[in-house]
Structure formats: C-alpha cells, structure tokens
Write a protein that binds this ligand. Sequence first.
Ligand code: PMP
Ligand code: GLN
Length: 390
Amino acid sequence: MSTPAPLARRFHGIEPTIFSAMSALALRTGSVNLGQGFPDTDGPASVLERARTAIDEGRNQYAPGIGVPELREAVARHQARHHGIDLDPATEVVVTTGATEGIACALLGLVDPGDEVVLLEPAYDSYDAMLQAVGAVRRPVTLRAPDHRLDVEALRAAVHDGTRLILLNTPHNPTGTVLTPEELAVVAELAIAHDVLVVTDEVYEHLVYDGRRHVPIATLPGMAERTLTLSSLGKSWSLTGWKVGWATGPAALVGAVLAAKQWTTFTSGSPLQPAAAHALDHESDFPTRLAVDLQRRRDLLCAGLADAGLTPHVPEGTYFTLTDVAHLGWPDGAAFCAALPERAGVVAVPMQGFYADPATGRHLVRWAFCKDEPVVVDGLRRLAAAELRA
Ligand code: PMP
Ligand code: GLN
C-alpha cells in the first residue's frame, strides 16, 4: 500500500504564498525588495511605547476571544469618526489576528461547501486558498488591464439568487483600484436584489491618493445589515508584523467570525490590543500623513519604472503598482521576476497566481512603493542600469 500524500486535498494545487517566496529570494540574492508589501519604517513611537507598557502592566494572559473592550470600543469610534458607521462594540466588533484571520474566519464561518462566492480578480492570494479550503465555488469577476475597473456587466452576470457571498476588496490589492460610489452602488443593488452577503476587505482604507475618498460599502443604503467589513492596523499604521485586525458588522456576521475564531486562534495577542486602541484613538492622523508620503513614493516609483521602459499603471490607492512586462519581450511575468535579481538586484511579484486563469495575468508584475524613499531610489537606480529586455 502506498503512503498517503500528507497534504489534505483542500490545499492541493495551492502554491506556497508568493510573498514569502519573493522576500526569501530578496534576502538570498541581496536584492532590493519591491515585492512583499511591508514598510521599512515602523509606525508611531507612542504606539510602540503603549505595547511596552502593556507588557509591563501585566497584560500578558489571554484576552477575551472577541477582543479587549478598549480595542473594540476604539474600532467602533474609528468606524464612526472616519465613515459615519455606528457599531455596538459589545456585539458588532471582533478583534482578529490581522485581516488574514478575519478573511479565514469569515469564510469558515459563513461559507458552506458548494456555496458560490463572487470575488474580484486579481484576488489577494489568501482568498483563493481559503475559498478552496472551505469548498466554495469561485466566480471571479476580472478587473481587466489596462484600467482595472470593475466590469459591471460581468458582475451582473456573476451574481444570482444562488450566490452566497460577494468578497470585495477596495482599495484593491494589487491593481490599486478604489471602487467608486457608482461601482459600489451596483454591488449593493445586486447584493440586495439577490439577498447576498458581502465581505469587504478594506485594509488599505486610509491609503488613497489624489484627493480620492474610500467609501465603505457598509455605508450604502440597505448594506449595513448584510456587510462584514475587515480591516487591520498593519498597513495604515505601518505595523504589519503586529497582526492586529478587526471584523465589524451586524452581530450575526461578527458572531460567525467569532464561531470560527474561537477554534483557530481562540484569542489574539493581549498586549498589542491596548496599543492598537491607542493607535486608533491617539494617532488617528498618522494614516493621513502616511498617505501623503506614500503618494510621493508612488509617483517616484511610477516615474522610474516608466524611465526603465516598464509603463506603470498608476494606482488610486494601496502600496502597489502593476506593470506589463510583455512589451519588453517577457510573455511570462514569473520568468521576468525570476531573472530580475540577477539582472538588476531587485525583487518584484508576478501576478499570474492572482487570477483563476493564470493566462489573464501572465504579463503583469507588481511593485511595492511602501519602502523608504532611499530604498525605492536604489531599486530604480538598479533597474535603470540593467538590461530588462528578454
Ligand atoms: N488583505 C489584503 C488585500 C492585503 O493586502 C493584506 C496584506 N496586509 C491582508 C489582507 C492581510 O492583512 P493583515 O496583515 O492584517 O493580516
Ligand atoms: N499584503 C502584503 C502584500 O500583498 C503582504 C502579504 C503577506 O505577507 N501575506 O504584499
């Protein structure tokens, strides 16, 4: 009898996350890491200090599974202050170990095997892995190059009475698209007409550029009661390694997340929660300043990529810009990214794994501009000096 393959079928065919692979490649080759989205500079000193004092105060044992009251209250105040969303922190907020756990627990708690889930693609890689793990039937709606806008007709064709859930992400990783109120209104109209839940990943909610505003779909008429909103501290407060996130919405949807969370992590790290509350309440303008600074780095990176012959798609939000490498003679972005460390000493991320049909995104490569300005400049200098044609 042959030994059974150890990996459960629910993860068959799912590649190890590209972000870890590309960061390891950057370390191994001494390359400038314009791949994985994390900043070089940490968030506010007062938040770091609050975490230290929380440890000293003895906040080191299990927090309540739903999260410490001060963070749930701070999340409720954040949603009210920025978005006019009214939440009961006792039942409508749950703290998660990053938005990643929010995504996993939302799908575990809300989706049964065979349920149809409509999602935008390119799709952040954990969506695909978790949708497969829970046995969902995936119905991707492609944000098509070159403008990567929502194809409203494709969305209308995808959503029907049998759809369980629409999984949104705005501002969108990796295209940088910020869904407009008009686009969101179509999503809302379909969700209401077909009685569909919406899970929306808004981790880049504060990182929008050129005077744009992020509109949470939960603020549209008729949507609060069917929307679970996910966000986290990582991007907006430059603390990606803390893995503090939250899910908000009606008690029944938050309860579904908690039902899954209690059997995954049970509870999230105790001392980081008061520190996250401090960030939301007392460093509430940090993300706005960060966005101003990021816009400058976006423009720097896009200009440099254009000079290097890599025409960038200028993003409306997030940390990332996409380029099409086909016109440099690379039909395959993965091959381009594999050659890039040796050719230029730079790492970027190929996008084909973010599409249901890899051919759709085969020519696309993602670059991160959340790195310190000298790092972006160094990366661009290396690209300018390299032969990038196939
Ligand atoms: N969703 C998107 C779209 C992301 O880009 C990321 C990466 N931060 C996450 C979720 C995960 O967030 P966290 O680090 O808070 O788990
Ligand atoms: N969200 C970041 C990115 O898209 C980091 C992803 C991760 O580390 N899982 O690059």
